[in-house]
Design a protein around this ligand. Structure first.
Ligand SMILES: Cc1cc2nc3c(=O)[nH]c(=O)nc-3n(C[C@H](O)[C@H](O)[C@H](O)COP(=O)(O)OP(=O)(O)OC[C@H]3O[C@@H](n4cnc5c(N)ncnc54)[C@H](O)[C@@H]3O)c2cc1C
Length: 424
């Protein structure tokens, strides 16, 4: 199977892939042959990362044409899923089998393998990132062999969030939960100062909560509260809290003012399946704005309020290049390269205008403001954090580097990105 035509850029269009060759094997044995022959090769998921993480100095390989396996083991409460499938492809068959994944990102368009490789997350104080649901991985290693890694194996916690640097993942086994329904409501205009005393109250007021601000006026423009329907009866309605002065939106909203809410999942409290409510955006539309860059920093949740004040201090620099800022929380996990490793986390996302020259200096300013709080950048987004500082922010990074060399002594799966942050 020879190289086919290649996507020239990532989804956002800000990274032109340097490689001309994209393989699309139709079987695992074809994939094994491609990998064993390759000098340098990187797997490409759905291309939604905003930096050069998926690029390759040799060739890329997409798993999108492999058989779309989804096999549910109801007794063990796991699903085995082909790595190239998108969460949006997995959702309905899984739901029809009576199960759900615990959480989803803001969009269902991303591949399961690509999302887990970068520790992609949704929101919810009790919800870990998506990779934390991984119970096993099957991968093609540098010599073209198939290897299976399961939770409990010594290498497991180091392998799950791998930045594409240990092999090509063929399938993942994910823990699932019984299917559930979710209702979501959007509230508008809460003064930012309310967060000083009620950040945790707000973030724990639903199964998954997202706060939005444009850093122009000193308020949260929107608050999205996604509540599992079974829990609604037990939840204290936010509206009853005396400090909660935001107003419920009376019609559907897009997180960005002026954009059509038709691309967003249904709101106004109408119950729906988990996969139709947990993401903000619907599978059949372009998510977010489609013309954007994104950065994101993850830091210990205990620092949320001082970190927001640090951002407030540079709002004049942030606001002019910002489309919207989103604030979420994620529960701690044990995966070595997860930005939520061993710490309950607050994530500060920035959807920027699509103009790298204007945005990058502001990204650096944001990083300076957030550095005292131990911020770790999202692996799949834009950041300018110096490699040494990034390495020092991960206590298990040196072990990961040893693991990476063990899996791939010749560096077949490495690229400029991994050379920068993990060493060559
Ligand atoms: C509009 C938008 C919204 C977003 N929202 C969120 C969000 O809510 N939360 C969040 O955390 N992130 C979010 N992201 C970031 C996104 O989830 C990550 O960048 C994610 O990695 C994208 O998955 P992908 O399939 O596109 O992977 P790619 O970008 O294609 O690849 C990412 C990495 O995974 C590796 N990889 C992919 N497939 C394999 C495989 N089979 N085997 C080995 N390695 C593999 C690649 O080599 C690369 O290193 C968003 C991005 C966009 C564009």
């Amino acid at each position: 199977m020879g190289p086919a035509s290649r996507p020239r850029t990532n989804w956002a269009g800000n990274v032109a892939f340097t490689t001309a060759a994209l393989h699309r094997p139709a079987t695992v044995s074809q994939l094994q042959a491609i990998v064993s022959r390759a000098g340098r090769i990187r797997a490409l998921g759905s291309g939604h990362s905003f930096n050069d993480i998926a690029d390759s100095p040799g060739t890329q390989v997409s798993l999108a044409d492999l058989p779309p396996e989804i096999s549910v083991d109801s007794a063990a409460r796991v699903v085995r899923v082909a790595a190239g499938l998108r969460y949006g492809d997995l959702a309905r068959p899984l739901d029809q089998a009576g199960f759900a994944v615990r959480n989803l990102a803001s969009l269902p368009h991303i591949s399961v393998a690509g999302a887990c490789a970068t520790a992609t997350h949704g929101s919810g104080a009790a919800n870990q990132n998506l990779a934390a649901a991984v119970a096993g991985l099957e991968l093609v290693t540098a010599d073209g062999d198939l290897a299976e890694i399961r939770r409990g194996d010594a290498r497991f916690d180091g392998t799950v969030v791998h930045l594409g640097a240990v092999g090509v993942v063929v399938s993942l086994t994910l823990e699932v939960v019984p299917t559930f329904e979710v209702g979501q409501r959007v509230y508008e205009n809460l003064p930012l100062e309310v967060l000083d005393d009620h950040f945790t109250d707000l973030m724990t007021s639903g199964y998954s909560v997202s706060l939005f601000t444009d850093w122009q006026a000193p308020h949260l423009t929107q608050i999205w509260v996604k509540q599992a329907v079974q829990a609604i009866a037990d939840a204290t309605p936010l509206a009853q809290a005396p400090w909660f002065t935001a107003r419920p939106a009376t019609s559907a909203r897009h997180p960005l003012p002026g954009l059509s809410p038709d691309v967003c999942t249904q709101q106004l409290g109408v119950p729906g399946r988990w996969y139709d409510r947990l993401p903000h955006f619907r599978l059949d539309f372009t998510p977010s704005t489609g013309a954007e860059l994104q950065s994101e920093y993850l830091l210990p949740a205990v620092h949320a309020v001082p970190a927001l004040h640090a951002l407030d201090a540079i709002r004049d620099q942030v606001a002019p290049v910002l489309q919207v800022c989103e604030i979420r929380v994620i529960a701690a996990d044990q995966l070595w390269l997860s930005p939520c490793y061993a710490r309950d986390t607050v994530a500060l996302h920035f959807t920027w205008i699509p103009d790298s020259a204007s945005v990058l200096p502001v990204v650096t300013r944001v990083e300076q403001q957030l550095a005292p709080f131990g911020a770790r950048p999202h692996w799949g987004k834009i950041f300018t954090t110096p490699p040494q500082a990034l390495r020092e922010s991960y206590e298990r990074l040196a072990e990961f580097i040893r693991l990476m060399h063990d899996y791939d002594p010749a560096g077949k799966f490495r690229n400029a990105y991994t050379d920068r942050y993990l060493g060559s």
